[in-house]
Design a protein around this ligand. Structure first.
Ligand SMILES: Nc1ncnc2c1ncn2[C@@H]1O[C@H](COP(=O)(O)OP(=O)(O)O)[C@@H](O)[C@H]1O
Ligand SMILES: N[C@@H](CCC(=O)OP(=O)(O)O)C(=O)O
Length: 360
């Protein structure tokens, strides 16, 4: 098999794996497994991020009383994830391929140590020919501890594992330049850096999905800016994975152009750590301008007007421009008290060093 990637992440949305009545679509799963097995045998390392736990658990259990949404999610995912992974295990076993389950939470990406532990786990799986099947641990991730959805999780995994591509499979052929139901709209084939898609995206979601197209596009852009090709395609189409990789020109999908500039591994982690920020660093106009230029600059105390929050050295902080917009994320080089002390002064050490700074 001839194709350009040797390591990819594939995210499969709930609606790809479930039938209209909410039951698990084993035929579809089996077709996707066949394609992943073909890639695996051709030497492509695949990390599968699969939704579908809640959807497959829902059809399995009849509750005795009405449950609130958190209880429902916990119950259905606990039952559904077991069913889902069992199916994958059996389907991959028919190809002689071992799989392993990785259940994770947003918190597990919060510290560099946890992040590297997860990376090591999946690296050792891949080195031993095991396909990691990743999902959020829905049983214990509730409310603010949750990922927006598995698109966010898949972006983190692709970035963490240095994959060359992230393929997001949903129930739609790609991003339409209007309502997908409007016959005059069509799929945007290629999306370059800086393109604003917000006017195209409807807030509608597929019946079993969580985040919708907006999170998909935001994540896709961020990941593509780290140099990873992101493709959004229809997982319900036969042979879609193989077609995307072997006949990219002829296959209907949306592709986000990857940045040509390599991003270091630590910057990738920082880029996805915004949710763990412990404080804010507010910049003046001059510092904002320099940050927006192509120069490699650190955040120096002289350009800081305000420090919000209490943080320790090495905590994640948000960078705010002089207009009050969040423009980036960084790892603090000192604690918040030291940063306040140095603020506005010349000749002091950077509060965030360039190597640990990610500007969006
Ligand atoms: N411009 C658009 N192009 C494509 N899909 C869109 C657009 N705007 C909204 N959508 C909706 O986004 C849905 C896919 O997102 P989502 O339900 O989260 O899927 P998944 O479960 O695969 O993550 C599509 O089914 C479609 O209804
Ligand atoms: N972790 C959840 C996935 C929820 C989710 O994000 O779904 P989707 O928007 O279809 O990717 C589950 O397995 O049911």
């Amino acid at each position: 098999m001839k194709q350009e990637f040797t390591r990819i992440a594939v995210k499969v949305g709930s609606n790809v794996l479930t039938r209209r009545d909410g039951t698990l679509d084993v035929t579809r799963m089996s077709a996707l497994v066949d394609q992943i097995a073909e890639l695996h045998k051709a030497g492509v390392e695949v990390i599968l991020i699969s939704s579908g736990a809640v959807a497959s658990g829902r059809s399995e259990i009849r509750t005795l009383k009405k449950l609130d949404s958190i209880d429902q999610r916990q119950l259905f995912s606990a039952v559904g994830q077991a069913k889902l992974i069992n199916r994958y295990y059996e389907l991959f076993r028919d190809h002689g391929i071992p799989v392993g389950q990785v259940l994770t939470t947003k918190e597990s990406f919060g510290t560099r140590r946890h992040y590297l532990n997860q990376k090591n786990c999946m690296t050792v799986m891949l080195e031993n020919g095991v396909i990691p099947i990743v999902n959020e641990n829905d049983t214990i991730s509730v409310t603010e501890l949750m990922f927006t959805d598995n698109d966010e999780l898949s972006g983190l995994i692709a970035s963490m594992m240095d994959t060359q591509a992230l393929i997001i499979l949903s129930n739609i052929d790609g991003i339409y330049n209007g309502s997908p139901n409007d016959p005059s709209s069509s799929v945007i084939r290629e999306i370059g850096h800086g393109k604003d898609l917000s006017s195209y995206i409807q807030t509608s979601k597929s019946s079993f999905g969580r985040g919708g197209m907006l999170t998909k596009t935001n994540i896709a852009r961020k990941v593509a800016d780290e140099g990873i090709t992101v493709i959004i395609a229809n997982g319900k189409r036969d042979n879609i994975l193989i077609d995307i990789l072997q006949k990219p020109e002829e296959t209907l999908c949306t592709r986000f152009t990857p940045s040509q500039e390599p991003v270091s591994s630590i910057k990738k982690w920082i880029a996805h750590s915004e949710g763990f920020a412990k404080g804010e660093i507010h910049m003046n106009e001059c510092a904002t301008e320099v940050l927006n230029s192509d120069k490699a600059v650190s955040i120096l105390p002289v350009g800081i007007t305000r420090i919000e929050g209490d943080f320790e050295k090495d905590d994640i902080v948000r960078i705010i421009d002089f207009r009050g917009n969040a423009v980036g994320v960084g790892k603090a080089n000192c604690d918040s008290a030291q940063a306040r002390e140095a603020m506005g002064k010349h000749g002091k050490r950077p509060v965030v060093h360039y190597d640990y700074l990610y500007i969006e």
